[in-house]
Design a protein around this ligand. Structure first.
Ligand code: GDD
Ligand code: MN
Length: 368
């Protein structure tokens, strides 16, 4: 069994960690080793490890790119154990729970074991700020499309080496959530959660900050593309479409007010000017967002031509929307909210048309 621990400026915590692991593992009689995957911390951790003179403790000084996830993946590839455990160095994760996790991982039906704060019986040291709680909960919610586990954000985990298999080459965890990356890429089905008490670190500082949270959102998006492919792209197209609705409503309101102020009294005349402005503006923002976001992986061609094709596609999409809405609305006259239901179908049909059109006519080829 191998324990992989990412470290960055944790020299102060290493002795306590090693001692507690040793004490926790002794009663099990198992052979184990420890891999400290250090991003050059410059805090004398080399000396700390050398002075302990323990042949089961290995320190690896890494090369860039720096990062918790990369450090763990490198550790999983370097360590030789058949059973792999990953945990933090700061003693937030109690080494005393390792035996229970390893036992769970050895059960033949378990793919993946989480040292879980949110499973029944799991606890968190009291002094978490409301902000940190909220943060943790929102992050967990974002992971819901991938797993039903209570605590997929945990960095305390155990698994058999076999599980890595061919997924090992596909691991690319930017940021902190290595557990989620493993669950998704290794296609884990049976996840067992062992409750733990998560303590606050007493020495050193957390390296989690805003940059890490942004990286997490990027990570989730990548995982969605990996797992759901075209469907995830359509959802992104839909999200961009949603921003377009906001742009449209804002532009319409502002243009209408402005026209009234310069003395355009007839509402019909105002709408004839304001609606095209709003439509064109939202189409433009949609175009650029789709270009840099939804279809970022597609090769860029001549901007003007791409833009005009997009506008053409969307205009036809508008007609599709109008056609579907009126057709259905005529049929559903007796239905409550029939008109609204028809409009929703119209919007969806128009959007689907826009998506397929953009995909086929504009953002075709993969970038090299
Ligand atoms: N090698 C390496 N490189 N290690 C790193 C780096 C890095 O860039 N950044 C952090 N680490 C190590 C730390 O030294 C520590 O051992 C572990 O990764 C966790 O880092 P903390 O800075 O203590 O993170 P945290 O307490 O905010 O987050 C932990 O708890 C979260 C749940 O609240 C982590 O376990 C997260 O994965 C987990 O989601
Ligand atoms: Mn920590």
């Amino acid at each position: 069994m191998s324990i992989v621990v990412p470290t960055y400026k944790e020299a102060l915590n290493v002795p306590g960690l090693v001692k507690r692991i040793e004490e926790a593992m002794a009663p099990t009689g198992r052979k184990f080793d420890l891999w400290l995957m250090d991003d050059p911390s410059g805090d004398g951790v080399e000396r700390v490890v050398a002075e302990m003179k323990l042949d089961w403790v290995h320190l690896v000084t890494r090369h860039p790119p720096r990062g918790l996830g990369y450090a763990v993946v490198e550790g999983l590839r370097t360590a030789k154990g058949e059973l792999l455990v990953v945990m933090d160095a700061d003693l937030s994760h109690p080494p005393e729970r390792i035996p229970a996790m390893v036992e769970a991982a050895e059960r033949t039906d378990a793919d993946f074991v989480i040292g879980s704060r949110y499973a029944k019986g799991g606890t968190i040291a009291g002094d978490w700020s409301l902000f940190r709680h909220l943060n943790s909960r929102i992050a967990t919610l974002l992971a819901r499309p991938f797993t039903r586990a209570a605590d997929p954000m945990s960095g305390f985990l155990a698994m058999k080496r076999d599980l890595l298999g061919k997924a090992a080459a596909e691991l690319d965890p930017i940021g902190y959530k290595i557990g989620l990356e493993l669950i998704v890429k290794c296609r884990c089905r049976r996840i067992v959660e062992v409750p733990i008490h998560f303590s606050d670190r007493t020495l050193g500082n957390s390296k989690m900050g805003l940059a890490e949270q942004i990286r997490y959102v990027v990570h989730v998006r990548r995982l969605a593309r990996w797992k759901f492919g075209e469907l995830a792209r359509m959802v992104e197209f839909g999200v961009v479409g949603g921003t377009g609705v906001v742009v449209n409503l804002l532009a319409l309101t502002l243009a209408n007010d402005a026209l009234l102020r310069i003395g355009m009294e007839s509402q019909k005349a105002r709408l004839n000017t304001a609606v095209p402005i709003a439509v064109l503006l939202s189409m433009t923002t949609n175009f650029f967002l789709n270009r840099v976001f939804t279809f970022a992986d597609k090769r860029r061609r001549h901007l003007g031509r791409e833009y005009l094709t997009f506008v053409a596609v969307c205009l036809v999409g508008g007609v599709v929307n109008w056609w579907v809405t009126t057709k259905l609305a005529m049929q559903w006259t007796a239905v409550t909210l029939g008109l609204q239901a028809a409009a929703v179908c119209g919007v969806l049909a128009g959007m689907l048309f826009n998506y397929i059109g953009s995909r086929a006519a504009i953002f075709r080829t993969v970038r090299d």
